[in-house]
Design a protein around this ligand. Structure first.
Ligand code: ARG
Ligand code: ZN
Ligand code: CA
Length: 256
């Protein structure tokens, strides 16, 4: 595959309460999960069923904390901003603008911006796909879904750091594995993910067939499905190639 690339990340922690001001350790836990998942060093890689193992990819994409801020000064790669806002509206991207009580993006041509805050409607997270406007480019994570225990102290189906894995997948051009609608004609446009009718949730077991995708059925343990964090464990080679292609085109400036 391609040579390994490393994406500098800045995490913007926005907090109103102490609980939302998550620790550096929790942010680092998230960074480590991104690196494990994208390099297929995740501890649960063995949970990928044997018939899907041949499709499971090391994407050769890694992440590091930014070490220089936009002024060229040293940074931890984590910004912290106290805010009077109880939650941030996702429809208007409030967390991404100083003027809306959030914090402005660092140059998206140099960094992956990840905002961490309480999101309105308790959305787990969302991402701007390649081609998005510069000011709103990046990923947003609900603070409760960042990292894993013991740093993440919230009991939840989404406390293993996989919301970030899923959202960074979107940021690098991946669609939902079922194609976004509820029909067999829509697609994620990835050849090696089985065509799938609609999203899977919770933690399915066994073969779940749809859209003539037998004998193995839906790849519901893919990071781009809607299953629980503990039940997701792979990207495919096709997805890896799509993300690498985006990094050498629409997002190539990050490496220059
Ligand atoms: N609903 C969000 C999205 O579509 C995130 C889903 C994350 N799933 C998870 N198991 N953490 O982007
Ligand atoms: Zn999604
Ligand atoms: Ca597919």
């Amino acid at each position: 595959m391609a040579t390994t690339v490393t994406i500098p990340v800045v995490f913007h922690v926005l907090y109103n309460t102490a609980e939302e001001n998550i620790s550096d350790e929790q942010v680092l836990s998230q960074l480590n999960i991104l690196n494990a998942d994208f390099r297929r060093k995740n501890a649960d890689a063995a949970n990928t069923p044997s018939y899907f193992q041949p499709f499971a990819a090391d994407t050769d994409i890694e992440f590091c904390l930014a070490s220089l801020d936009p002024n060229g000064d040293a940074t931890t790669g984590i910004t912290r901003t106290k805010t009077s806002k109880f939650s941030f509206d996702h429809l208007t991207d409030e967390m991404k603008y100083n003027s809306k009580g959030g914090v402005n993006a660092w140059d998206r041509d140099q960094y992956l911006n990840i905002w961490i805050c309480r999101i309105s409607d308790n959305l787990l997270g969302y991402a701007a796909p390649p081609g998005s406007p510069a000011a709103s480019d990046g990923v947003v994570l609900h603070f409760a879904t960042v990292g894993a225990p013991p740093f993440n102290k919230i009991a939840s189906n989404y406390n293993q750091g996989r919301t970030a894995t899923h959202e960074v997948g979107h940021w690098l051009g991946l669609r939902h594995i079922w194609g976004g609608g509820s029909s067999c004609t829509d697609s994620d446009n990835i050849d090696d993910t089985p065509n799938q009718l609609e999203e899977n949730v919770y933690c399915p077991q066994g073969n779940r067939l749809s859209c003539d995708n037998g004998p193995y059925g839906d790849m519901y343990m893919n990071y781009m499905d809607y299953t629980d964090d503990a039940c997701m464990n792979l990207f495919t080679f096709g997805q890896a190639a799509r993300m690498q292609a985006i990094l050498s085109t629409a997002r190539s400036s990050i490496f220059s």
